[in-house]
Design a protein around this ligand. Structure first.
Ligand code: NAD
Length: 482
């Protein structure tokens, strides 16, 4: 069935083996903007996953046998197709997950195209190293590994999915993707674009559905060779158990509770700018630095400026170019975020900004919130909220600041603000996180490793690290006479 979303036709069926497939069951899809019912989406289960994995396995030998250049040419055409449809993709994604239309137009969708172009180019230049051992030649190659399963969340659905699909396909793998049930639509558009670009049938398959019904059978399927999962820690535990019997290599990009550490020599306005950025995407960002850890000498001026600046953020419909902060993705997620804040307030934290929803806008708009005086070790300081909620703590010595920043089971990112180059080196080297930003935030490079420590994940993706994961890296030793 085709539904129209923001004037764009979207096929609600699965994409398996190069054709549209119905499963006869559906789930309802709602928009965060106004909780409008956007349509009923075909709900996959074990049967559709079996069919998709079989299609991907059948397509694998021919796709893997192409040269990186031949695969790259097709993937660059996919990138062209995405670029030609940035506006459609942006409008549909905004309606579906509630993120800002201007961000989708300017940043996210161009990056989706880049996820194909960059890794297509990269695969062509992957160095197949020749080494020497006891006078013999040994060659290290990056071989395609088979079928890659990709499971992604709703906060940046197409960007996160293609960041895995791009390198997996460039490496010569075929893919089965299970998009998030709260924002499934752009994955269907991607299937259309890839087909039109000439991607052979079965190379990319899309099965929609819930985590329990469609995700779970994919994770335990014996026909997959790699599993890239982006989502929450509790789900990751279930996914790891399901994949374990098949010894499938996992890449996990999970949650975070990252610090913004502001030292006493920091540029105050820069520190405030970086703190305000944490309200982007209504705080539904894995990398967000939601724990503000500020030197006590700056604390009151920092907080005054931050409350003033964040208080001016415009909340509203993400399609309006003047909007800064939109709605939370779903009723269930809204209730979860509200619960965290209510419990924090009940246990002694104070809201110096926000603290609850703005019901004048609709049902799912939680106001930008800044909490102080939270009990050390309390839930609001330790658990991922995934909403527009910042906490502020203060410290007196560098040692205390570092200890507070590292006082988390997560380790996705850390942001440090200091004007002192020596301290920048010293303190950043002690921050426990996959990415550390100093005097900047969210500077991302597809060639750099990305991933988390601790509960924030397993492994790294980006650049060579993506190919280390998606490929079977092989060492071949050539004996005498060769
Ligand atoms: P989630 O774990 O609930 O769901 C993620 C995906 O897993 C969805 O597609 C869901 O359908 C699927 N799923 C659920 N149960 C499953 C099961 N039993 N088996 C297989 N698949 C299953 O997470 P979410 O609420 O969609 O997303 C928010 C989380 O994602 C946050 O924790 C956030 O930090 C994290 N995230 C991490 C990154 C990163 O790169 N580190 C990026 C974005 C989001």
């Amino acid at each position: 069935m085709i539904i129209e979303v923001e004037g764009v036709p979207v096929d609600t069926r699965h994409w398996i083996g190069g054709r549209r497939v119905s499963s006869g069951r559906t789930f309802a899809n709602f928009s965060p903007i106004d909780e409008a019912h956007l349509g009923d989406i075909e709900a996959g289960g074990a049967a559709e996953i079996d069919a998709a994995v079989a299609a991907a396995r059948a397509a694998f030998p021919a796709w893997a046998a192409l040269t990186p250049k031949e695969r790259g040419d097709i993937l660059r055409r996919v990138a062209d197709g995405i670029e030609a449809r940035v506006e459609d993709l942006a409008r549909v994604e905004t309606r579906d997950n509630g993120s800002l239309l201007r961000s989708h137009r300017r940043g996210v969708m161009p990056r989706v195209a880049m996820n194909f172009r960059y890794f297509a180019d990269f695969a062509e230049q992957l160095v197949h190293l020749d080494r020497e051992i006891r006078g013999l030649r040994e060659r290290i190659t990056y071989d395609p590994s088979g079928v890659t399963a990709v499971i992604t969340p709703w906060n940046a659905p197409l960007m996160l999915a293609t960041w895995r699909i791009g390198p997996a396909l460039a490496a010569g793998n075929t893919v089965v993707v299970k998009p998030p049930e709260w924002a499934p639509l752009t994955a269907s558009l991607l299937a259309d674009i890839a087909h039109e670009a000439g991607l052979p049938a079965g190379v990319l398959n899309v099965v929609q559905g819930t985590g329990a019904e469609a995700g779970a059978p994919l994770t335990r399927h014996p026909g997959i060779n790699r599993l890239s999962f982006t989502g929450s820690v509790p789900t990751a535990g279930v996914v790891a158990s399901a994949a374990a019997p098949n010894i499938v290599p996992l890449s996990f990009e999970l949650g975070g509770k990252s610090p913004l550490l502001v030292l006493e020599d920091a540029d105050l306005d820069l520190a405030v700018d970086l703190a305000v950025e944490q309200f982007d995407n209504a705080g539904q960002v894995c990398l967000g630095a939601f724990r503000l850890i500020v030197h006590s000498s700056l604390a009151s001026s920092f907080l005054d400026k931050l409350v003033e600046r964040a208080g001016r953020l415009v909340q509203g419909d993400p399609r309006d170019p003047s909007t800064d902060v939109s709605a939370l993705v779903s009723r269930a997620h809204f209730d979860r975020v509200s619960g965290f804040v209510s419990r924090a307030l009940a246990s002694g934290a104070r809201a110096v900004l926000g603290g609850g929803p703005d019901t004048s806008l609709g049902g799912l708009y939680f106001r930008p919130t800044i909490l102080v005086d939270a009990e050390p070790g309390s839930e609001i300081l330790t658990e991922e909220v995934f909403g527009p909620v910042l906490t502020m703590q203060t410290f007196d010595t560098e040692e205390q600041g570092i200890a507070m920043a590292n006082d988390t089971r997560f380790g996705l990112a850390a942001t440090l603000v200091t004007a002192d180059a020596a301290r920048a080196e010293r303190v950043s080297s002690r921050l426990c996180a996959g990415t550390v930003w100093i005097n900047c935030f969210f500077v991302r490079d597809l060639g750099a490793p990305f991933g988390g420590n601790g509960r924030s994940g397993i492994g790294r993706e980006g650049g060579t690290w993506s190919f280390d994961f998606y490929c079977d890296v092989k060492n071949t030793v050539f004996g005498k006479g060769l």
